[in-house]
Design a protein around this ligand. Structure first.
Ligand code: OAD
Length: 243
């Protein structure tokens, strides 16, 4: 398996990683649909839609506050760090559905956050935006204009930030290799990125301990966790680039 992947990586000039919750699972951040996934215990329609937010902003903010606490305490794992290390050898771009900032904390310099970021907040009415790393004393927090602030993340039914998405498509369209790590690939439009890459004849490599709905479309599928597979991938890339 890894020999085949070494062949696929040898001539790569640009590698795009598409990542999801699974890459941060080994940093202690739960996935959404995995074994202890958040959506197994919580109803996304009550916590991750604009209607749910207006129905009960305090409840949604309490949930985000808990997640903020957990994420701020988390450290990047060997998987995040391996992706960052790869930048020494080849152009690397990370397109992530995660809002936890762990790729940047792990050293990656080119990260597009498709679903926003948990440190960012914005006003529901005016143009105010900010990054807040501390806890909110009152929930829901209010903007200077008097209206409610919300997490600057993408909720179900909302569009992705268009500038970020357009840039993501450009990278997907122009990579030689796309590595898809820790995502179930059930959420659109992020799950169309491998299709853009395939149209450009890129090699698709999936890293996931479980099958996904697109496993059979991959050129290679590594059935392993990201802290095991990504350092291995980097070391075979190092060997391949010396040949
Ligand atoms: P999911 O929870 O849907 O999928 C996580 C994937 O990670 C699963 O396929 C797991 O098998 C895999 N996995 C679990 N542990 C892993 C590990 N240690 N190493 C590698 N893979 C592992 O998460 P996403 O695909 O990221 O959106 O979910 C996509 C979007 O759905 C999220 O961004 C979020 C959610 O609703 C919004 O909130 C808008």
């Amino acid at each position: 398996m890894y020999d085949l992947i070494a062949d696929q990586l040898r001539s790569a000039k640009k590698i795009v990683f598409v990542t999801g919750a699974g890459i941060s699972q080994e940093s202690g951040i739960p996935t959404f649909r995995g074994k202890d996934g958040l959506w197994r215990n919580y109803d996304p329609m009550k916590l991750a839609t604009i209607d749910a937010f207006y129905d009960n902003p305090k409840l949604v903010w309490e949930w985000y506050n808990d997640r903020r606490r957990n994420i701020f305490a988390a450290e990047p794992n060997l998987g995040h760090k391996a992706i960052a290390e790869l930048e020494e050898f080849v152009k690397v771009v990370v397109l992530t559905q995660n809002i936890d900032g762990l790729h940047q904390k792990g050293g990656s310099s080119s990260v597009l956050e498709l679903h926003g970021s948990i440190v960012k907040i914005k006003c529901t009415v005016c143009d105010f935006k900010d990054e807040i790393f501390t806890e909110f004393s009152e929930l829901p927090p209010l903007c200077k204009c008097g209206n409610i602030l919300r997490p600057d993340v993408v909720w179900f039914g909302e569009g992705l930030p268009q500038d970020v998405w357009q840039e993501a498509i450009i990278h997907a369209n122009s990579c030689d290799v796309m590595v898809i790590v820790g995502t179930s690939l059930v959420v659109s439009p992020a799950n169309t990125l491998p299709i853009y890459a395939k149209k450009n004849n890129a090699t698709l490599i999936e890293i996931n301990p479980d099958e996904t709905i697109m496993t059979s479309d991959m050129d290679s599928s590594i059935k392993s966790t990201s802290t095991v597979a990504l350092p291995e991938l980097v070391s075979i890339f190092k060997r391949a680039s010396k040949m």
